[in-house]
Design a binder for this molecule. Structure first.
Ligand code: 1GP
Length: 270
């Protein structure tokens, strides 16, 4: 007999898949755990929650220790009932009280630490704390920013969608159930839509895109290209009116997603 927890889809992953089926596309809000100002975190979480975000992610690649992550996670849990997912920058980002962790391998890193080393160190902690791991391929696209430097990545050139597609397909074949295309937090431009299209044409697992998404139009274009989940971080952190800005971005994501579900239904009924 095989232990069934090897392939079991957990509560948060189930929520993601069900929500995708219903809405066609989702929005996740990323918060940096290095914030000291808990009131600020609370305000941002409230704003994102009211604007209709689907889940919260906590993570960062620089200056994050377990203490700060723990504090931010606590505030988010007190403020919202939406899932809280760790987006780990390193092993010490694994904190209790989170609902799930994107258990990811930075596939295009040059350093085995970021491909399987950190994962081996983190896995027993994830098990001990009982956090739901969601296997994910993490792929960095140029420019890649801080995470590219820290993760010792060989960022995929923006004009080479075939390379991105090959990495994404490798991730899917390795059993990863999400693929994250990252252009780096605060990037001037998001991941190119052509690249997302190419990746979509070869894989069937949900595609997450993040890095440099600031405008509703950019988010809608990425969804139309085949992305399933759009992540924004900087947008809400830097804005004076986080709720208004997020509302517009989320509205664009949801209306594009709805069109996708409608098309799928029509196809089924043909
Ligand atoms: C970074 O993809 C995320 O890992 C979010 O990027 O901060 O640019 O929204 P931004």
């Amino acid at each position: 007999m095989y232990p069934d927890n090897i392939i079991k889809i957990g509560r948060v992953e189930g929520y993601i898949l069900d929500s995708l089926k219903r809405d066609g596309a989702l929005h996740f809000t990323l918060l940096d755990p290095e914030y000291d100002d808990t009131e600020f975190v609370r305000r941002v979480v409230e704003a994102a929650d009211n604007a209709g975000t689907d889940a919260f992610m906590v993570g960062g690649s620089l200056g994050v220790g377990s203490m700060s992550a723990e504090k931010v996670v606590k505030v988010i849990k007190e403020t919202t009932s939406k899932p809280l997912i760790i987006f780990p920058g390193n092993v010490d980002n694994v904190t209790r009280h989170a609902d799930a962790i994107l258990f990811m391998s930075l596939l295009n890193s040059r350093n085995t630490y970021w491909i399987s080393g950190a994962q081996a160190l983190g896995a027993p902690i994830v098990m001990k704390l009982g956090i739901e791991p969601i296997p994910m391929a993490y792929i960095i696209i140029e420019p890649g920013g801080t995470v590219s430097f820290i993760g010792d990545a060989k960022p995929i050139p923006r004009k080479k969608p075939d390379i991105a597609a090959a990495y994404a397909l490798a991730g899917q074949y390795l059993g990863m159930r999400l693929v994250y295309l990252e252009s780096g937090s605060g990037a001037e431009e998001p991941v190119p839509t052509k690249l997302v299209q190419r990746v979509r044409s070869v894989i069937s697992v949900p595609i997450i895109v993040g890095g440099g998404i600031r405008k509703p139009k950019q988010a809608a274009k990425l969804i139309r290209a085949g992305a399933d989940i759009v992540v924004t971080g900087t947008l809400v952190e830097k804005s004076k009116e986080p709720k208004e800005v997020l509302k517009k971005v989320i509205k664009a994501i949801k209306s594009t997603g709805k069109r996708r579900t409608k098309r799928r239904e029509e196809k089924r009924n043909e």
